[in-house]
Design a protein. Structure first.
Length: 256
């Protein structure tokens, strides 16, 4: 098996389209928020930051993002349609398939897509999983500070590294469902331990909020309303993801 480069794809010269940056929120433990984070990031960066995004839903057991888009289109009322028209941005592409289909799905995307998010299955044993992971520039593993979540997440990261699918410096950990009073000290200690193995944690720490699952927030047609971002950690996450795209020029917009 060929070892993946430790560097993201090269930036194209001026006047040429650079390849999209490809990342996935993925883990083997259910309930860590990989799909929720994928949709929130995709919708905010595409609709608010005007960064052209595509999402590949290859979680074949559910295809939850793909089905969410179909549901939203079928139930788009006049008020929502008006909001969408005012938004002035076409919906980002959502393609479905299996992990093994990822190379073909990537080939279908328009040349001006700058960021591709892949919603992966919850098991590394699914056929084609290695093919999909091997296409990533960055893997972001959502994790809680509980012993089981940390053990499962670390084992997953270690497996990815040991079979040469992605080097440690292209992997990130993000604390999700985070409670500062409960998890702060533990998270700090764990980050030091992860660093010993070459794994970096994002600065963003995402608190537990049931509102993330509300249909008004978890939309593939609209970004999460700005009021919900206050003290959510999500704004910081959006910025960190955007900062992985060094060639992006988001039409000169100011981060809101």
């Amino acid at each position: 098996m060929t070892t993946q480069s430790s560097q993201p794809k090269p930036v194209a010269v001026a006047g040429q389209s650079s390849p999209p940056l490809i990342l996935a929120f993925a883990t083997q433990k259910g309930g860590m928020g990989k799909t929720t984070l994928s949709v929130l990031v995709a919708s905010w960066l595409h609709y608010k930051r005007r960064i052209k995004v595509a999402l590949l839903d290859v979680d074949g057991s559910q295809l939850s993002v793909y089905n969410q888009r179909l549901h939203e289109h079928e139930h788009l009322d006049e008020e929502a349609a008006s909001r969408f028209d005012e938004q002035g941005v076409e919906p980002y592409a959502i393609l479905s398939g299996t992990p093994g289909d990822v190379p073909a799905l990537l080939a279908e995307l328009p040349d001006d897509v700058r960021l591709v998010l892949i919603d992966m299955p919850g098991s590394i044993d699914v056929d084609g999983y290695e093919t999909a992971i091997g296409k990533l520039d960055y893997l972001i593993v959502p994790m809680e500070t509980s012993r089981y979540a940390v053990t499962t997440g670390f084992s997953y990261l270690n497996a990815i590294r040991q079979i040469d699918l992605l080097p440690a410096d292209r992997c990130r950990i993000v604390w999700n469902k985070y409670k500062p009073s409960r998890d702060g000290e533990v998270a700090d200690q764990l980050e030091e331990r992860f660093a010993e193995y070459g794994f970096t944690c994002l600065k963003s720490r995402i608190p537990q909020r049931d509102s993330y699952q509300d249909s008004a927030n978890l939309s593939t047609l609209f970004p999460m309303p700005a009021p919900y971002l206050r003290n959510s950690g999500l704004k910081d996450l959006f910025i960190e993801i955007e900062d992985l795209l060094p060639t992006i020029e988001a039409h000169g917009q100011i981060r809101e």
